[in-house]
Design a protein. Sequence first.
Length: 342
Amino acid sequence: EDVLLSVRELATHFTADEGVIRAVDGVSFDVKPGTIVGLVGETGCGKSVVARSILRIVEKPGSIVGGDILLRRGDDWLNLAELPPYGPDLRKVRGGEIGLVFQDPMASFSPVHTIGSQLVEAVRLHERLDRRAADRRVAELLDLVGVPNPERVMSAYAWQISGGQRQRVMIAMALAGRPKLLIADEPTTALDVITQGKVLNLIRDLQERTGLAILLITHDLGVVAQMAEEVIVMYLGRVVEKGPVDQIFHAPQHPYTRSLLNLIPSTEAVARQSLKAIRGTVPHPLNRPDGCGFHPRCDVAIEGRCDKDAPALQIVGNDHTIECHLGEAERAKPCEDAGRRL
Ligand code: SF4
Ligand code: MG
């Protein structure tokens, strides 16, 4: 099968005085070329740490303690998890083969250099171009991301343009190295709803026009429903459910995904309880519950089991897996409302 990025049993831990935080604790997934994969979960579930691990920009005291991050290069695989952190290979990958877009573009621009000069620098980092060719390439990139007035934007400073324009420029910057994969971590969270929609349209449009693969990280399931072909649901550093978007939205199988979708499951066992809001909050990672990490918040937890044993991976459909103790009969049936509710 055609795969561009394969993350295998990735573990990224943070060592604090109080103990070890297992922010990412055995995460596996694939990204196929030219697809949009949505990575979802509440804040604190480890999504951004997955992104930072792939790019090898995890801040201290965090580090990758296990697993592989395999990036396809022709017939070969490059294991990003094994590359020396400041070596030339990783520099080529970052911003080259893999581009990164995150929530707050302001933080990623220099306040004292014009946008144009920063874009030119980004372009020249990956391609040997003279000044005029670099300028042309930058104009092309700004056109690609739909910046209406490239000349003006190029001579402006980051703080002189709107949030939406800034996010477009940041996407242009991420595309400067002609990546095959774009990782977008909450790319629209800081934007108002209308601008959010425009930036999401742009991302999808870019994917269609350039054949980019995109790992789209968000806490917003509505965004994933609109954009992604495949969905990965994370909870407390684990992938709890993974599958094609229509199966995840119309027949979610994991209680956490169901809660995220705000579903009312239809089995007898759970129909008595409303799952309209997720009870409680994500536990502090130092106080990780035993057994299934979700059990203190799960309305269908099995006493004596979910609080003791970690659930194993179950195949529940075509390319669709969950980590949960519930058997087929105990899981609620598909909810036809799922799509409409979004
Ligand atoms: Fe709920 Fe148990 Fe499944 Fe965890 S394993 S999600 S606690 S039913
Ligand atoms: Mg995050």
